[in-house]
Design a protein around this ligand. Structure first.
Ligand SMILES: NC(=O)c1ccc[n+]([C@@H]2O[C@H](COP(=O)([O-])OP(=O)(O)OC[C@H]3O[C@@H](n4cnc5c(N)ncnc54)[C@H](O)[C@@H]3O)[C@@H](O)[C@H]2O)c1
Length: 305
């Protein structure tokens, strides 16, 4: 089935964080479709396991134990793909970390480590791949891995911010790279992996039948020539559901004055924006000022006849 996708066979693709979980499923699925894969993971043994497993099933894969958090290693990772397969046609920017913490309980070392992998790692690897793709002059495709959490989730501030950064990077790079024929999209997956096992809440929304391999066909499609003309998109798949994630926009009414002082800002909120405040976060929480109008429980009892 996947073999029917246009222009993927013999292409060379780097998948980061491919030692387990979603990355392993992506690498395996791509290889099954004839793609030549660099299976990268900072856990080099796991990366080698994925590559060996692909080769044992007749696919083409090499392993890389580079970390994406170091620019020189990210560059070496892309170079490994070029050395081994003669080019790099695609990148799946999948390596990532996750933890839960309330803002006042954050461990600052954990904050830094997460941002280094989820934000800098995606940038370093993406930049290295794009440079090489531009030099090659035959375009390419990037699939970044964002998350539904980028819309805002409790106890996931740092993680959701890192995934919001990935979403913004995707939109911006899609703008920059269209003219050189590189498409950039992002996915918001949900799958039963180690990342989910660690969180009770995630486990509730993600039963074991939500396997990582259920997300892999989406990644394969986005990398293939069948996705021509599709760029700058955030696509969510949680197993059964597949949909586009809407993007933030400049919301009307847009008020205009020569200058805004505190008093006119206050009046803008009192007289206009109060009714336009946005429900926020993935759970679409209504801000308190609007909530008093939208609460289903009436503040004064309704008269009944
Ligand atoms: N599992 C989900 O439901 C879910 C939901 C939304 C987004 N995601 C995202 O999907 C991606 C994969 O997540 P997963 O659930 O498979 O997690 P996972 O923890 O099972 O796998 C992530 C892999 O990335 C590797 N990695 C970590 N740091 C690295 C580094 N510096 N360099 C190279 N590799 C590194 C890890 O060793 C690990 O093998 C992540 O970006 C995650 O944020 C997952």
């Amino acid at each position: 089935m996947s073999m029917q996708l246009a222009g993927l066979k013999d292409r060379a693709v780097v998948v980061t964080g491919a030692g387990r979980g979603l990355g392993e499923a992506f690498a395996t699925h791509l290889a099954h479709a004839g793609v030549r894969v660099v299976a990268n993971d900072v856990d080099a043994e796991l990366a080698e396991r994925t590559a060996a497993n692909i080769r044992a099933h007749g696919g083409q894969a090499v392993a890389s134990g580079h970390t994406v958090t170091d620019p020189a290693e990210a560059q070496a990772l892309v170079q490994r793909c070029v050395d081994e397969f003669g080019a790099i046609d695609g990148l799946v920017n999948n390596a990532g970390l996750n933890y839960e913490a309330l803002p006042w309980e954050e461990n600052l070392d954990e904050v830094r480590e997460l941002v280094e992998v989820n934000v800098l790692g995606v940038m370093y690897t993406g930049i290295a791949a794009v440079k090489t793709m531009v030099e090659q002059g035959r375009g390419g495709a990037i699939v970044n891995v964002s998350s539904g959490a980028s819309l805002g989730q409790r106890k996931l501030g740092v993680y959701s911010a890192s995934k919001g950064a990935v979403a913004s990077l995707t939109y911006s790079w899609a703008l920059d790279l269209e003219e050189v024929g590189i498409r950039v999209n992002a996915i918001c997956p949900l799958a039963h992996t180690r990342m989910v096992w660690k969180s009770e809440r995630s486990l509730r929304s993600c039963p074991p039948d939500r396997t990582p391999s259920r997300i892999a066909p989406l990644v394969l499609f986005l990398l293939s020539d069948d996705a021509e003309g599709i760029t700058g998109q955030l696509v969510r798949c949680n197993g059964p559901q597949l949909h586009i994630v809407g993007q933030p926009y400049l919301k009307s009414p847009i008020l205009e004055r020569q200058t805004w002082d505190t008093e006119t800002v206050r009046r803008a909120f009192d007289e206009v924006f109060s009714a336009h405040l946005e429900p926020y976060g993935l759970e679409k929480r209504v801000p308190p000022r609007l909530r008093k109008w939208t609460d289903s429980a009436p503040h004064t009892p309704l008269r009944t006849a």
